[in-house]
Design a protein around this ligand. Structure first.
Ligand SMILES: Nc1ncnc2c1ncn2[C@@H]1O[C@H](COP(=O)(O)OP(=O)(O)OP(=O)(O)O)[C@@H](O)[C@H]1O
Length: 215
């Protein structure tokens, strides 16, 4: 199982108590988390990525029981296991494209691996803009750079939060294809939270995607 939880619940001190139906996601399956605004998608992503500690229930992500990790071990686990594509791409204007893609190494206290950066830029078709700043990129190029940054440390898990929310149809389609293709090529598990009807319609038809609807 790549993802597995039982009795998972998160209680906000000044907010709702959110409980999640048990799930076993077989290896090779991707997970699409859907649900209306406020149904708990972001909270679930925060639990799966270790940003919120599991206080109730059991949660295993890529074979690791997250509750068993110290805060330091959780940081190290996150750096080695998880590639994250945020809704707003958060590319730094102070850095060029190659430096942005190298940020996951810096965050882990490592020297950016130039060969891995070059390889992922090439794979995602943005090697030619490596020296440019984010504001010089098209929307599509910026998406590719954000996905390259998520993949540069070869994580087995790729997580995207509402990756198409602010995109027109063409760029939304491009982003979705990018995430699916990158996951297939690298053998990653993809976890995607979205309430975008375009995404749900396209992914619902695939037999390698499990849909989790939150109420
Ligand atoms: N830090 C917090 N403190 C208290 N309540 C919170 C906190 N964060 C989220 N909530 C509440 O928890 C519920 C679930 O929020 P969450 O952001 O997980 O939902 P969501 O499905 O991602 O929504 P959206 O699609 O609007 O981003 C909501 O009622 C929200 O108001």
């Amino acid at each position: 199982m790549s993802l597995c939880w039982q009795g998972l619940r998160h209680r906000y001190a000044q907010g709702p108590s959110l409980s999640y139906a048990d799930l076993d996601l077989p290896s090779g399956q991707h997970l699409l988390i859907t649900g209306a605004s406020g149904s708990g998608k972001s909270t679930l992503l925060a639990l799966l990525t270790g940003l919120l500690r599991v206080r109730e229930g059991r949660l295993s992500v890529m074979g690791q029981d997250l509750a068993a990790l110290s805060p330091q071990a959780l940081d190290a686990w996150r750096g080695a296991t998880l590639g994250f594509v945020p809704q707003r791409l958060h590319l730094s204007e102070a850095l060029n494209v190659a430096q942005n893609v190298g940020l996951p190494f810096v965050a882990a206290g490592l020297t950016p691996d130039a060969a891995q950066i070059d390889a992922v830029l090439l794979q995602l078709g943005v090697a030619d803009v490596a020296a440019q700043r984010p504001h010089q990129l098209s929307v599509g190029q910026a998406q590719r750079v954000a996905v390259a940054r998520a993949l540069v440390r070869k994580p087995p898990l790729l997580v995207a939060d509402e990756p198409t929310a602010s995109l027109d149809d063409a760029n939304a389609q491009a982003m979705l294809s990018l995430l699916l293709d990158a996951s297939r090529q690298r053998g990653c598990t993809l976890v995607l939270a979205s309430h975008d009807a375009r995404v749900i319609q396209q992914l619902a038809a695939r037999d390698d995607v499990t849909q989790l609807r939150l109420a």
